[in-house]
Design a protein around this ligand. Structure first.
Ligand code: TNX
Length: 532
């Protein structure tokens, strides 16, 4: 192994005297040498500055400015930057084996410096990452920008950095400056934990895996005909009865309030915001099974284990329906720091149109009153969507009059066209696994589309972002979750983040992700369009 010369000493300092991470957190760093270190060679397997997914807006390499991370490197966090600093330490420590102490301070000598620009707009996700011989400086106007820059920094280290155990090697980053910002503020993934239930650990790993590609929202589909997955005070049968089922008749499961909060906090520590969904007024058999009083005829239907949709509806005329909806909405809102609450609204085929509107006229104001912006599947565009509401388009048709009307009157549209973004679709017709009603969705199909040209009349300025939903009627294991998600998620993430998207370039960068995904133990699909 090459012995590097950094800061005038070899990359093998005595560990003696390095205090524990917590003890070190606020203590001053050792005196910094004033001489500029010698240039370091970039190892062959280190990514180039522009090898990142999603593609950054600008990357200016400086070959004499490669930076070597060492045992002595600190992560120095200025005010307000500790969360992103802790995230970096968390992801870089296992493979490097370096202490990477997170220390308060404002210099980057021999380490990584995080800075938050004062008076920045919290919505501004832009960042600047400068890799120089004497240190790395990441600056941004917001927490989100810092996380975005941290995800870039992570990808600039060799794939070995993703291994779970220490790898004894050099850790050099390509020198230069990345200046970057997202095209859309919302880049989402969705996990359906209702059709099949997945526990807290699976959700946390999913968050980890999507976050590295700058996915900043995870939408959790928390209730459907087959199962109810979240504890709600005052409605114990939702979890005693409604949760004990899933597609095919498995045992199901649910998150306690504490577990849900744990997921929310974990997501925050990765720069991801949770969007909870309770689907109403259709897709509600699990709730209807739990409480006979929610049914118009006062009789609870049996549990449902099949996959057909469109048969269930809350009882529109009963006051108890709105007590139920209000309890669910206010409690979910109270546990969710993010701005959005998803209210479903899709495939309510057994709710009459007038009833559907009457229902949302009562329920959408509850969401607003709870301090959240409602998101609904685009069928709810025929209801009175509040000004703050978002319409999530999921079909494959290229025109939808109600969605267009909502966009015309200022509601933002979240793009999830099934023939481009649905992670439950087969990659290729010949694949044995996956749904196929929207056709096959290979990686190129997930990549080569334009969110502002997908839907007639919904153009520039009207699109909030993109989201890739993983419905789980057919998905029963974490391996299957990963195989369906990766590498299509990288494609959707880049569509949402980058302005310049070229398939010929993307497929090369994607091929280079194979090693990273393997090191992370992600069971990804080797799509035939990618030169793995
Ligand atoms: C349609 S997409 C549904 C889901 C299914 C999915 C399967 C949407 C809003 N509704 O209930 O799981 O198709 O692809």
């Amino acid at each position: 192994m090459v012995s590097l010369v950094v800061n005038g000493c070899t990359d093998d300092p005595p560990t003696q005297g390095v205090p524990s991470v917590s003890a070190q957190a606020t203590s001053p760093r050792p005196a910094t040498p004033t001489t500029t270190p010698e240039p370091v060679r970039l190892p062959e397997d280190a990514p180039a500055l522009s090898d990142v997914i999603p593609a950054p807006e600008s990357a200016r390499p400086a070959k004499d400015d490669n930076f070597a991370l060492t045992k002595q490197s600190d992560i120095s966090v200025a005010d307000g930057t500790r969360a992103a600093g802790d995230y970096l330490a968390d992801v870089l420590r296992p493979a490097t084996g370096f202490p990477l102490r997170v220390v308060s301070g404002e210099d980057n000598a021999g380490g990584i410096q995080l800075l938050l620009r004062e008076g920045g707009d919290p919505q501004d996700e832009s960042y600047r990452l400068e890799v120089a011989r004497d240190g790395v400086t990441l600056s941004a106007a917001s927490q989100s920008g810092l996380f975005a820059g941290a995800h870039t920094l992570r990808q600039l280290l060799p794939a070995d950095v993703e291994r779970g155990e220490t790898v004894d090697r050099e850790w050099v980053l390509a020198g230069g400056v990345v200046e970057d910002q997202p095209r859309f503020g919302y880049r989402g993934a969705m996990l359906d934990v209702a059709r099949h239930f997945f526990g807290v650990d699976v959700v946390k790993r999913y968050i980890d895996r999507v976050a590295q590609y700058k996915v900043n929202y995870l939408h959790l589909h928390l209730a459907d005909d087959q199962g109810w997955r979240i504890e709600i005070d005052g409605w114990p049968r939702l979890t005693e009865v409604g949760a004990r089922n899933e597609v095919g008749g498995g045992k199901g499961g649910f998150y306690t309030k504490q577990q849900y909060r744990e997921i929310v906090a974990y997501a925050q520590s990765r720069g991801v915001t949770i969007v909870p969904e309770i689907d109403m007024p259709g897709h509600t058999n699990a709730a209807l099974t739990s409480y006979a009083k929610l049914n118009c005829d006062g009789t609870a239907p049996p549990t449902y284990t099949d996959t057909k949709v469109g048969f269930s509806s809350l009882c529109i005329d009963k006051p108890v329906t709105y007590d139920f909806a209000n309890d669910v909405i206010t409690q979910l809102a109270e546990m969710t720091p993010g701005p959005y609450l998803h209210i479903g609204g899709d495939e309510a085929n057994s709710t009459k149109d007038a009833d559907y509107r009457a229902f949302f006229d009562k329920v959408l104001p509850m969401v607003v009153k709870a301090g959240k912006r409602p998101i609904g599947w685009h069928e709810y565009a025929k209801a009175n969507v509040p000004r703050s509401g978002v319409v999530q388009y999921w079909r494959i048709e290229t025109a939808d009059a109600p969605t267009r009307r909502q966009a015309d009157s200022g509601r933002r549209v979240l793009m999830s066209p099934a023939d481009k973004t649905y992670l439950d679709m087969k990659y290729e017709e010949s694949n044995p696994w996956g749904n196929s009603w929207a056709g096959a969705v290979d990686v190129r199909t997930a990549y080569e589309w334009e969110p502002t040209k997908e839907l007639a009349g919904v153009g520039d300025g009207m699109v909030l972002g993109v989201e890739a939903p993983l419905w789980t009627e057919l998905v029963t294991t974490e391996d299957e979750i990963e195989r369906m998600t990766f590498p299509r998620m990288q494609a959707i993430a880049e569509v949402g983040w980058s302005t310049q998207t070229k398939w010929a370039d993307f497929r090369q960068r994607l091929a280079a992700q194979a090693e990273r995904m393997t090191a992370q133990d992600i069971a990804f699909h080797r799509d035939s369009g990618v030169p793995w």
